[in-house]
Design a protein around this ligand. Structure first.
Ligand code: NAD
Ligand code: GDD
Length: 328
C-alpha cells in the first residue's frame, strides 16, 4: 500500500479526500489540530498535532510517499477579511514547515492547495468578470493576508522543485462546497451559509444576504474537488492549475436555487455593510481540460441539493448553534 499524508484531514476537503484515498487502496495518515467534526476519520492513522510547529511537520511526513497539504487557517470571506496577521502568520508557518518536511523526508510528491484568492483584485471588479486563466496571477495583487500567503507558497514550491528536486503540484481551488462542510460558526462560505439561512427560514420569510447579491462566483462540488486533486497528483503537471467549475452565477441566483431545493418562497434582505470580497470570479478551465483531459462537471443545482439536505438534517438534529443568531 502506498503511504500518503493528508494534512488538514480534520477539515472539509481533507476529510473527504482521506475517504477517497482509503477507498482507492492507499495507506493514509491524517494530520490536523482537530478531529473531523461531523463523522469519524477513515484514516489508518490520525496525528492530532499543531502543524505550525517544525517537529510536528517532520513527524507527519516521516515515511510518506505523497503529501496532500490542505491544512490552513481558512474560512469564507467573513473570516479571511478579518485577522490578516493571524491568518498570514499561521498559514506561513504551517505551509513552510510542511513543504520543508516533505523535502527533508524525500517524499515523492507534494501537493499544495492554493486558491483563486491569488488572482489580482483589479481583474475581479465586475460581476461579468473574464474567467481567470492561470497565467494572469502575475503581476500579483492577491487578496490581503490569506491570498498573499498562497501566492508566496506557490513560488516556494517552484523554488523547492528547481533547487532541491521536490516534485510539487499546485492547485488553485475555486469556492468548494458540499456535505460535511462548515455551515456555521463564522468560517462558513456562501453556499453553506445560504443553505443554513434558508433551512432556518419559514416558507414566505426573509433571509439576510451579504452585499447586493449581484456579485458572482463559480462553485465546485466536493466530489469533483477530490477527483481533481487525485488526478492532478497522478499527472506530471507541476505549475499552478485552476480547480473549479466555469459555471458562474450570482449570489442572488445561489439563494434562489437553495430556495427551490427547499421548496420555499424566500425573500432577500441585502446588507452591503457585510464582507463581499471580489465583485466577480470565475475559473478559466482551458488549461485543466488540456492537462488532465477532465474538468469538474457537477452543476450548482445538482450539488446544492445534497448539501442543503445535509445541513437541514444537521439543524433538525440540533447540532448547530455556534452562532448567536444563525440567520446573520
Ligand atoms: P477547512 O478549514 O475545513 O480545513 C482546514 C484544516 O486545517 C482544518 O481542519 C484545520 O483544523 C486545519 N488546521 C488549521 N490550522 C492548523 C494547525 N496549526 N495545525 C494542524 N491543522 C491545522 O478548509 P478546507 O475547505 O478543507 O480547505 C482545505 C485547503 O484548501 C486549505 O488550504 C484552504 O486554504 C484551501 N482552499 C479551500 C477552498 C474552499 O473553498 N474550501 C478554496 C480555496 C482554497
Ligand atoms: N460567507 C458568506 N455568508 N458569504 C455570503 C453570505 C453569507 O451569509 N451572503 C452573501 N455572501 C456573499 C459574500 O459577500 C461574497 O461576495 C460571496 O457570497 C462569496 O462569499 P464566500 O463564499 O464567503 O467567499 P469568497 O468566494 O469570496 O472566497 C472564498 O473562496 C475562495 C476560493 O474561491 C473563500 O473561502 C476563500 O478563502 C477561498 O480562497
Amino acid at each position: 500500500m502506498i503511504p500518503v499524508l493528508v494534512t488538514g484531514a480534520g477539515g472539509f476537503i481533507g476529510h473527504h479526500l482521506v475517504k477517497y484515498l482509503v477507498g482507492r487502496g492507499y495507506w493514509v495518515r491524517g494530520a490536523d489540530i482537530k478531529l473531523p467534526e461531523y463523522e469519524p476519520s477513515a484514516a489508518h492513522e490520525f496525528l492530532q498535532c499543531d502543524l505550525r510547529l517544525h517537529d510536528a511537520c517532520q513527524r507527519a511526513a516521516q515515511g510518506m510517499e505523497q503529501v496532500y497539504h490542505l491544512a490552513a487557517d481558512m474560512g469564507g470571506i467573513g473570516f479571511i477579511s478579518g485577522s490578516h496577521a493571524e491568518i498570514t502568520l499561521n498559514n506561513t508557518l504551517i505551509s513552510a514547515h510542511m513543504a520543508k518536511a516533505a523535502a527533508d523526508n524525500r517524499v515523492k510528491r507534494f501537493l499544495f492547495s492554493s486558491s483563486a484568492c491569488v488572482y489580482p483584485m483589479h481583474l475581479q471588479t465586475s460581476p461579468d468578470v473574464t474567467p481567470l486563466s492561470e497565467d494572469v496571477a502575475w503581476p500579483a495583487q492577491p487578496e490581503e493576508g490569506y491570498g498573499l500567503e498562497k501566492i508566496y507558497m506557490e513560488k516556494l514550491c517552484q523554488y523547492m522543485t528547481e533547487d532541491w528536486g521536490l516534485s510539487t503540484r499546485v492547485v488553485r481551488f475555486h469556492n468548494v462546497y458540499g456535505p460535511l462542510g462548515t455551515y456555521d460558526g463564522g468560517r462558513e462560505k456562501a453556499p453553506a451559509a445560504i443553505c443554513r439561512k434558508v433551512a432556518l427560514c419559514p416558507d414566505g420569510g426573509t433571509i439576510e444576504v451579504w452585499g447586493d447579491g449581484l456579485q458572482t462566483r463559480s462553485f465546485m462540488y466536493i466530489d469533483d474537488c477530490v477527483e481533481g486533486l487525485y488526478r492532478l497528483m497522478q499527472s506530471d503537471y507541476t505549475a499552478p492549475l485552476n480547480l473549479g467549475t466555469d459555471e458562474m452565477i450570482s449570489i442572488n441566483d445561489l439563494v434562489d436555487i437553495a430556495a427551490s431545493v427547499a421548496d420555499k418562497r424566500i425573500a432577500k434582505r441585502h446588507d452591503v455593510s457585510k464582507p463581499q470580497g471580489v465583485r466577480g470570479r470565475n475559473s478559466d478551465n482551458a488549461l485543466i481540460r488540456k492537462v488532465l483531459g477532465w474538468e469538474p462537471a457537477t452543476t450548482i443545482r445538482e450539488g446544492l441539493a445534497p448539501t442543503y439536505r445535509w445541513i437541514e438534517a444537521e439543524l433538525a438534529a440540533g447540532r448547530a448553534g455556534r452562532l448567536p443568531d444563525a440567520a446573520e
